[in-house]
Ligand binder design. Structure first.
Ligand SMILES: C[S@@+](CC[C@H](N)C(=O)[O-])C[C@H]1O[C@@H](n2cnc3c(N)ncnc32)[C@H](O)[C@@H]1O
Length: 275
């Protein structure tokens, strides 16, 4: 969506402070301009905090690089597009606690948004590659500068066999509307002995369609767990959707279709061809 010119002028005004998780406009705006600015900042995930000590729009993610990317193109992504709900810090912390990242560990974030998981994972010592479908979010990821590799693509179109190695960790908060497909596909990028940690909508626990039932069976075989997150976990990102945290480890030779499993398939087929 295009940034209206009046809003652009306000956001690029030298007095406007865009830092950390907030945008602060310390000067008077006429009513129509204020409403336009407020609308845009809310649309991209900000929330007005009127407390005297704050008086700013506060975001559930670091907004500076992201806003710079938006201003560079005079465009902003609506958070209602492509299921973009940045993972709130508390949820990221919980994911990282389960991930047990050690220095130099390879991590994939396959639906990376603007990097709410990527940044903290890199701070823990991970080497992160990521995928994101939306060009503007890719730009924000580049601005963030944390990931080793950023691939702009539809993750579901990527073939794990084009990757020479699996990742020790996959950390993800995929678009909720296709969460099962994304997580299943991500298993193909996980190294044997690795761990996948994914935020998923709570509906994955009870949906009775065949794909979800089979997914639950697979996770159960692999002794993975779905732990409910607090109901308001995603409130900072503007949604009350209930979520769970999936944690699953891949054992070599176990039931998960990991990267190693994919690599073993052609050999098995060749052997089959010889009989
Ligand atoms: C729920 S948001 C989470 C963003 C990010 N993981 C985070 O935690 O802040 C889902 C993200 O997936 C991206 N996305 C949607 N469909 C995708 C696809 N097929 N391939 C890659 N990324 C996709 C959206 O653009 C959005 O940024």
């Amino acid at each position: 969506m295009e940034i209206p010119s009046g809003v652009y002028d306000v956001l690029t005004d030298a007095r406007t402070v865009i830092a950390g998780d907030r945008v602060q406009i310390p000067f008077e705006l006429d009513r129509p301009t204020y409403e336009q600015v407020n609308k845009m900042l809310k649309e991209i995930g900000g929330r007005w905090d009127g407390r005297k000590s704050v008086r700013a729009h506060v975001f559930p993610f670091p907004v500076e690089g992201y806003m710079r990317a938006c201003l560079a193109t005079r465009e902003f992504p609506s958070r209602y597009e492509q299921g973009w709900y940045p993972t709130p810090t508390r949820v990221v912390d919980e994911m990282l606690a389960h991930a047990g990242i050690r220095e130099g560990m390879s991590v994939l974030e396959p639906s990376a948004g603007t990097g709410s998981i990527v940044g903290p994972a890199v701070e823990c010592g991970a080497v992160v590659d990521c995928v994101e479908i939306d060009e503007r979010r890719v730009r924000a990821l580049r601005e963030q500068g944390a990931a080793r590799r950023i691939v702009r693509a539809d993750f579901l179109d990527l073939d794990p066999l084009d990757w020479p190695h699996g990742y020790r960790r996959v950390l993800m908060n995929p678009p909720f509307s296709q969460a099962v497909q994304h997580v299943e596909h991500a298993l193909g990028f996980l190294a044997d002995g690795g761990t996948l940690v994914a935020v998923m909508p709570e509906s994955v626990m009870w949906h009775s369609d065949r794909a979800t039932v089979e997914f639950r069976e697979l996770i159960s075989l692999a002794e993975g767990t779905f732990a409910p997150l607090p109901d308001d976990s995603f409130a900072p990102s503007g949604t009350n959707v209930r979520t769970v945290l999936l944690v699953v480890n891949s054992e070599p030779g176990g039931p998960l279709p990991t990267h190693g499993w994919h690599r073993r398939q052609p050999r098995q087929l060749d052997l089959f061809a010889l009989t």
